[in-house]
Structures are given as C-alpha cells and as structure tokens.
Design a protein around this ligand. Structure first.
Ligand code: F6R
Length: 240
C-alpha cells in the first residue's frame, strides 16, 4: 500500500487538506467519513483554516459518522458527534452529517444507517485513524473483515484512552460503541489512514508489514485497491 511519510503532523495535515481539495474538485457533493481523536486535531485545524480563508469550500460535503459511543444523544457533551461538530462541521459549514443510531442502535436502525449511505451512492473517501491496538473506527482486534455497522464492546485499552473525554457532568463512561464495520469501511472508493506520533510506530509497522489479519484490523486496508497511509516521521519510522 502506498505510504507517504512527512516530517511533522502539520505537514500530514496539509496533505490531507490537499487530498480533500482534489476530491472536492472532482465531485461537488462528495460523501466523506470523518473520524475523531487527537490525530485529527491538526488535520481539522488545517482544513478549518483553509475553509475560513476561502481556499477550501466544504459546504457541499455529505459527512458520514464513523463511530460513536452507544447510548449518547444530541446532548451528550463527550459524544463524537459533539466533538466533530465543534472541530470540523460547524467551523467549515458542513450541514449534511449522517449520524449513527447510537442512542438506540436496534438492528433495524443500524441497517437503515447503511441503507442511507447506499442511497448517497456510497462513500467517496473514508478518512481513518489507527488505535494503539490496531483498531480502525471501533473495530477492535478480532473484528471480522466483512463486519457491518454494529454495536461492539470496547476493550480496556480503548476505554482508558478515551476516559479523558468524559467529565463528571456526563452520566456515564460508556463500555459499548456503535461502529461502521470493517466491511462497511472498505466499501469506500478511497481510504486514507492517518498515523502520527511515536506511540503509533510499532502498530503502524505491523499493520503495513505484518500479516493481513483480523488481529490487526488496520492491516485489512491493504486489501483495498485505493488505500493510502499518511504518517509523520515519528509514526513512520522503522521500530527498532
Ligand atoms: C475515532 C476512531 C478511532 C481513532 C483511533 C486513534 O473516531 O475512529 O479509531 O481514529 O482510536 O485515536 P487518536 O487519534 O486519538 O490516537
């Protein structure tokens, strides 16, 4: 798979913004899946900056939610949708955002979430981060390659990594999430996985050079014909 390594997270962010500009030049209303997380902060900062200076017009984007905690609603401050609203959707004027049925993820609601994506003609670009255990979205190790949008239990490490977002004002720290499945994600016409920071070096190396395996969900993007990985030097170095 193609891997591009940049010196800094800021340069990675610039490359993601450049790719978005190209996608927007090709489709006026592209369907794009957006993740949350610390990797995405500099990326969204760059995208917001370009949108506010008129270099990038994202108002036609049809945003798709990738993952969310189970049980949240529109008023949950630590929800992924609230985070995305603050860091990307509101400042860029993206008003079309298809959310997961996280509050009440019944099988019918999950199926309908996927049907809506199909009715948009599928996803043009899926932007992904990678978890320290190799997860993509909330597909933890062992998630089937053909999994669909579903409710999952969060593993201990993922819960710990996310605890910082939950404050006393929130009623609960969730133990379950709703996530696009790996099969769902890989139906996108293009996949862009972003990894920055030394703590991602080892897992990124495994995902790119180890076996393509459900034990490292991110390795499964290697079966996609148009997947690209953008890393900074710290994440892209060969681990010793
Ligand atoms: C979040 C998501 C997760 C993150 C991953 C990396 O929407 O899809 O898979 O991309 O956990 O998180 P950070 O960027 O915080 O290291």
């Amino acid at each position: 798979k193609s891997l591009r390594i940049f010196d800094t997270p800021t340069e990675v962010a610039g490359a993601v913004a450049d790719r978005l500009a190209e996608v927007l030049a090709q489709h006026p209303r592209p369907v794009i899946t957006f993740p949350t997380g610390s990797t995405m902060l500099p990326v969204y900062r760059e995208i917001v900056a370009r949108s506010q200076t008129g270099q990038l017009d994202l108002r036609g984007v049809q945003g798709i939610q990738l993952d969310e905690y189970a049980g949240v609603d529109d008023h949950t401050e630590a929800s992924f949708r609230a985070w995305l609203h603050e860091h990307l959707l509101a400042p860029t004027g993206i008003t079309a955002f298809h959310t997961l049925p996280a509050h009440d993820p019944t099988p019918a609601a999950l199926a309908s979430y996927e049907q809506v994506i199909a009715s948009y003609g599928g996803v043009d670009l899926a932007i992904l981060g990678i978890g320290g255990n190799g997860h993509i979205a909330f597909n933890e190790p062992g998630s089937p390659a053909d999994s669909r949008t579903r409710v999952v239990e969060l593993d201990r490490r993922t819960r710990q990594a996310n605890e910082r977002y939950w404050t006393d004002s929130d009623a609960f720290v969730p133990t379950r999430a709703v996530t696009q499945g790996i099969g769902t994600i890989l139906e996108a016409r293009e996949v862009l996985l972003i990894a920055t920071g030394a703590e991602k070096a080892e897992i990124l190396h495994e995902a790119l050079h180890g076996p393509v395996s459900e034990h490292v969900p991110a390795s499964l993007i290697r079966s996609h014909p148009h997947a690209e990985v953008l890393a900074d030097a710290a994440a892209g170095r060969q681990p010793s």
